[in-house]
Design a protein around this ligand. Structure first.
Ligand SMILES: Nc1nc2c(c(=O)[nH]1)N(C=O)[C@@H](CNc1ccc(C(=O)N[C@@H](CCC(=O)O)C(=O)O)cc1)CN2
Ligand SMILES: Nc1ncnc2c1ncn2[C@@H]1O[C@H](COP(=O)(O)OP(=O)(O)OP(=O)(O)O)[C@@H](O)[C@H]1O
Length: 197
């Protein structure tokens, strides 16, 4: 399929899936966020991890705030994505008392002076996403931020966080799209690596 068709298809799927998660009630969101913890606890890498990155939920995304709290309680450092002027993505330390500042997309991020962590030093990277499939293919918000940041093979375990209702039969991807090792949802931990072709 030529590239423009894939991009167009992604635009349509984003619209559908964003509407679907926006339709979840506050109560459904709270239940999903609580249930997400069961799935994440099944990750082998979770117990030993000392540095993890996640995100501040926006636009109906499943909320990893409880995970952040749990991580800190077990002594892990929690990092958040910070968008650079060159559209790069860095990861900055997020401590509960920290003031955050809204980025261009009105998503709060740590201040510029917050301690950074190299991607290679993270143990687990939890990714926000709009759509996912069993093969670990990821449809994001369309900025390409994570794909550009994840161009090297070595790095953290990549775990997408999502509502089960954001699942697609197959996410259309290009060569630049980075696939995930796992997807943790409100219903299960999906192991993706063995399914990728
Ligand atoms: N919670 C969260 N944080 C994140 C991401 C994410 O997907 N979720 N990102 C993942 O990459 C980065 C931000 N990427 C984003 C890309 C587009 C839009 C967005 O709302 N786009 C609007 C157009 C806004 C505009 O350009 O003014 C839209 O599509 O409607 C939001 C975040 C870094 N932080
Ligand atoms: N490694 C890369 N190098 C340069 N450009 C890239 C790279 N990866 C993605 N892009 C570009 O970024 C744009 C958005 O890509 P895509 O639609 O895959 O974003 P996304 O994964 O949905 O977004 P995000 O990761 O921010 O949630 C596309 O124009 C794509 O070509």
């Amino acid at each position: 399929m030529p590239m423009p068709d894939i991009q167009q298809r992604k635009v349509e799927l984003r619209r559908t899936l964003r509407q679907r998660r926006a339709a979840l009630t506050k109560q459904q969101q709270l239940t999903a966020a609580a249930d997400l913890q069961q799935a994440v606890r099944q990750l082998t890498a979770w117990n030993a991890a000392t540095r993890i990155a996640l995100y501040i939920a926006s636009d109906g995304e499943i909320d990893p705030a409880l995970l952040a709290q749990q991580a800190r309680e077990s002594g892990k450092d929690v990092f958040l994505p910070v968008i650079g002027p060159d559209k790069s993505l860095a990861f900055a330390l997020w401590q509960p008392q920290d003031n955050l500042k809204d980025n261009h997309y009105n998503i709060p991020e740590p201040m510029p002076d917050a301690k950074r962590c190299e991607l290679a030093q993270l143990d687990i990277l939890f990714l926000p996403l709009v759509g996912w499939d069993e093969g670990g293919r990821r449809l994001g918000m369309g900025g390409g931020f994570y794909d550009r940041a994840l161009t090297t093979d070595s790095g953290p375990v990549l775990v997408g966080l999502a509502h089960e209702c954001q699942r697609l039969e197959r996410v259309p991807v290009t060569e630049q799209d980075v696939s995930m090792d796992f997807v943790a949802t409100n219903a299960a931990l999906h192991h993706c690596k063995e399914n990728t072709v």
